[in-house]
Design a protein around this ligand. Structure first.
Ligand SMILES: Nc1nc2c(c(=O)[nH]1)N[C@H]1C(S)=C(S)[C@@H](COP(=O)(O)O)O[C@H]1N2
Ligand SMILES: [Mo]
Length: 380
């Protein structure tokens, strides 16, 4: 018995499913998913917070935001199984010995730690946001945006560090040059097929939230595009927004501009009515097209003598909450499709859809399609 030593050694992983080639194969899908997610996230950010130099956010194509936001949510959801598979493939590296070989190695590992933590954070908060569930103390939008940059920075660094291995993967020619047993090849193929199937399945069962032809496949999606009053989903009801049921007879629209005026609901109904087919494309991951009828905002602006390049502030009768005010840039304010809508799919607006009047404009995030509009302010 004497002399027996207890030796703790890190686990040994020999399976090829944990090797660089498998990690690279999954990365080949994960990288593009992250790229699409990041770029479409930037589009969404800049449409909601246009920088000073981009005075006119374009208002066409009408389905632009619906497409980019749909891609944002779809690529983020597809990235979840891909990231989990990737982490499973590389987790033996956690037991690497010695853990830190040099300053360079330490920095590399630190960047991977940032990448993993940031990616998990982005995908988790994004997914919960589609369910409108915010179990954290910070505000979602600015933090999700900032961490997005962090992840992209760490990802670029990671790809640069791993460039030799990625290159080796891509320059590998025919299977004949592989010094790997065939058994191993089919294992890897099975894993990749399973991962691909998982990513495909989660996409197929959620993408119908914004890509309506696939709405019959919705399984995990928090919202169905047909469910809601007048067959349109509702994010914040009139009760939740604290506006309750607005009495039509008491309603007034104030247009504040060089020549200000006030209209009753009957005045609005007596103005030329226009019909447009436009989607609500919600940042929380659903979108739905509908037929809207109402007064062109540009007509209301002209009556107020607004300058042709004026921006417009749209103010809700809702008193509190993040989305009670939005701004129309020059292109959106002048677009003939931008309406102060009174009707939806042929009926008077439901209170939850913004009765008596709501904004509807082309190529615009849902959060900016202000409901219960009481005031339009012409800005310089
Ligand atoms: N005043 C006001 N307008 C609002 C909101 C709100 O909370 N308050 N929610 C916005 C959001 S997030 C979306 S996606 C759309 C949803 O419109 P719907 O509920 O009529 O379908 O309205 C937008 N307009
Ligand atoms: Mo939304």
């Amino acid at each position: 018995m004497g002399g027996m030593k207890l030796r703790v050694s890190p686990p040994v992983f020999q399976g090829r499913l944990h090797d660089a080639r498998t990690a690279t194969s999954i990365g080949r899908w994960l990288g593009p998913a992250f790229a699409v997610c990041f770029v479409t996230g930037l589009v969404s950010h800049f449409m909601q917070h246009p920088p000073g130099w981009a005075d006119a956010v374009p208002s066409r194509p009408v389905w632009g935001y619906r497409l980019t936001q749909g891609l944002h949510v779809a690529s983020g959801i597809a990235a979840i199984p891909l990231l989990l598979a990737k982490l499973w493939t590389v987790y033996p590296r956690l037991f690497e010995w010695p853990p830190l070989r040099s300053a360079r190695h330490a920095l590399e590992r630190l960047s991977v730690a940032v990448l993993v933590a940031g990616s998990l954070f982005e995908l988790a908060t994004g997914l919960l946001n589609t369910a409108q569930w915010y179990p954290w103390p910070f505000s979602f939008v600015p933090v999700h945006y900032a961490v997005g940059w962090l992840v992209v920075g760490a990802l670029v660094l990671h790809i640069a560090v791993k460039a030799p291995e990625i290159r080796a993967h891509w320059t590998r020619r025919s299977p004949g040059t592989l010094a790997l047993p065939t058994q191993d090849g089919s294992d890897r193929r099975s894993l990749l097929a399973a991962v691909g199937a998982a990513a495909g399945a989660v996409t197929l069962t959620t993408v119908g939230q914004s890509f309506t032809p696939l709405k019959d496949f919705l399984l995990f999606a928090p919202r169905h595009p047909d469910k809601g009053p007048q067959s349109l989903p509702v994010n914040r009801t009139a009760a939740a927004a604290g506006v309750g049921r607005i009495a039509g007879e008491q309603y007034r629209l104030v247009v504040a501009g060089p020549r200000p005026y006030t209209l009753t609901l009957d005045d609005l109904r007596a103005l030329p009515q226009h019909e447009v087919e436009l989607p609500i494309a919600c940042v929380e991951g659903w979108s739905r097209s509908a037929r809207w009828t109402g007064v062109r905002v540009v007509d209301l602006l002209e009556r107020a003598d607004a300058p042709p390049d004026a921006r417009v502030r749209v103010v809700s009768l809702q008193l509190r909450g993040g989305y009670r005010v939005s701004e129309l840039g020059r292109a959106h304010a002048r677009d003939p499709l931008t309406l102060l809508a009174l009707r939806l799919n042929g009926e008077e607006l439901d209170p939850d859809h913004g009765y008596p009047a709501r904004l509807i404009a082309p190529d615009r995030p849902g959060v900016l399609q202000t409901k219960w509009v009481g005031r339009l302010e012409v800005l310089g």
